[in-house]
Write a protein that binds this ligand. Sequence first.
Ligand code: FAD
Length: 321
Amino acid sequence: MSPPSLIDIHPNLSDAAPVALSYELFPPRSPKAAETLWTTIRELESTEPDYVSVTYGASGSNRDTAVELINRLLLETTLRPLAHLTCVGNTPQELAGIIGELLDTGVRGILALRGDLPKDGGEPAAGSLRYAQDLIELIRRVEQRRSALLCAGKIAVGVAAYPTRHPESPSEEHDVEVLLAKQRSGADFAITQVFFRTEEYADLLTRARRAGVTIPIIPGVMPLTSLRRLKRLGELAGVEPAPELMERLAAADSDIDRLHIGVDATVDLANAALDAGAPGIHLYTFNEHQSALEVLDKLALPRRSRTAGRRDAVARPQLAS
Ligand code: FAD
């Protein structure tokens, strides 16, 4: 038997790793939405997240606003952006151009996604990449070509993972095989689709680890405060929200009650995910900070201390349902 390595027995290295915190934002669709988004960004910035992810429309439908938002985040805030990128409908040449553009602005993290297929059921454009796995390989190629430029930070590549079966997938086992393939192609971490039951996330972790997936699988947690949004997301992602929660939200007397019910349910879900071994929490903010901050306060994640006076810095807007 070999003696324990110096690294293994070092007391500071056997401590639990810090819990990661991140938020998802989407590029604004109007000047008014941009204004609200920037209030949200400033509020979220003061909680010192590890990164904020910026979504990208399938086929690059919002490419310019996404790149503009990422640029501003890099230039005007202390936040580190994780740029989502989808490959469906785009050729490798087009995508290599976008990856280069993102790297030139200073982006060092990309969430490599396929994107949703065209709604009309038509085939994606000929010559376009087929799977997220292809995009990961393309990103790694671009990275290799620019390796001398990336000495102060290589690219972290993230991917999507699914606690409940992806709508097009034959089984949850297939989803895990795909996740393993994405890891082999160079993915560094995964963020999950929304889920409403902790067992779904815990089962994914167990199945993925058993299959050989070793990368962090970060639970994507949505504040469960808006009935309308829960219904819509359930339809879009094929994930069924818990009926008991839907009933409680529907029966709430006021927006404040609904917020409390939703925040408590979200905190329970996130805590249970952390107990199951989650390395962090990724909050889907829907560009609103109020519920995200309420969730964060109640979660009391073991993180470094935050800037004092955050909550007083910007007046909170009125509750919306
Ligand atoms: P893939 O991993 O390519 O999987 C797509 C389908 O193909 C699955 O059914 C999978 O089982 C199958 N498959 C994959 N590889 C193989 C293979 N080698 N052989 C056989 N079958 C295979 N969408 C956006 O448009 N913009 C966004 O910004 C965005 N952000 C997201 C963020 C997160 C955290 C998540 C979870 C999803 C996000 N999505 C976004 C949605 C995502 O684009 C869809 O879920 C899409 O349908 C699948 O994307 P994927 O990257 O998982 O694709």
